[in-house]
Design a protein around this ligand. Structure first.
Ligand code: TMP
Length: 204
């Protein structure tokens, strides 16, 4: 008998270098191996606003923080409409690399009022689970040092303010009813994968 869910909306979050893209990919592969239909997706998206945002993240253009927050939020609205909601309606498991928590944490760290982001996101779907990958600063710095290009938010000097902003944003979303689990992501990817999979209500 199937006791688990028909579909689920899972979000992976964390600071740059935490491994959200790697773990999202591993989770999707594991779920597919269990014969589940999976939609693996990410923000910024591949859509029209996502390409503007990637240019911003790579410092090819400079959006002021308020504008960036609005465009990230618009990209999310488009993402929900085009991809996430249709996938959930089809009964798929959505694995999303970054979502609302990223805007609250990153643009919140740049001085954008989180209440305005929350108000603009009032009609957005709440993930069934958001997993925040937590890595010690030393591990994160080592991972970022191996990257050839430095993105806008990878600056080491930003790390303390971003960490604090994540903590405040997690508290805000939890108070709004979001389920958010913080996971130790300094371990090997297979261990982190097992931890995340253990938190899902998988069909039995
Ligand atoms: P990534 O593709 O390596 O995860 O990089 C995306 C970057 O965009 C990362 O630095 C976080 C940033 N970002 C925001 O600042 N706000 C957001 O809402 C999202 C989704 C990402």
């Amino acid at each position: 008998m199937t006791t688990g869910r028909q579909s689920l909306f899972l979000v992976l979050e964390g600071l740059d270098g935490a491994g959200t893209t790697t773990i999202a990919g591993l989770v999707a592969t594991e779920l597919r191996a269990r014969d589940l239909q999976v939609c693996l997706t990410a923000e910024p998206t591949d859509g029209p606003l996502g390409s503007v945002l990637r240019a911003h993240v790579k410092c090819e253009i400079n959006l002021d923080p308020q504008t960036a927050a609005l465009v990230f939020t618009g990209d999310r609205a488009d993402h929900l409409d085009r991809m996430i909601r249709p996938a959930l309606r089809r009964g798929q498991w959505v694995v999303c690399d970054r979502y609302l928590l990223s805007t609250l944490a990153y643009q919140g760290a740049e001085g954008v009022a989180r209440e305005t982001v929350m108000a603009a996101s009032a009609r957005f779907d709440i993930p069934d689970l958001t997993v925040v990958l937590d890595v010690p600063e030393k591990v994160r710095a080592e991972r970022l040092a191996t990257r050839s290009n430095t993105d806008r938010y990878e600056d080491q000097e930003l790390s303390d303010v971003l960490r604090k902003s994540y903590e405040e944003s997690i508290a805000l979303l939890r108070a709004a009813g979001h389920r958010i689990d913080v996971v130790d992501a300094s371990l090997a990817p297979e261990m982190v994968l097992a931890d995340v999979i253990g938190r899902l209500d998988l069909p039995g």
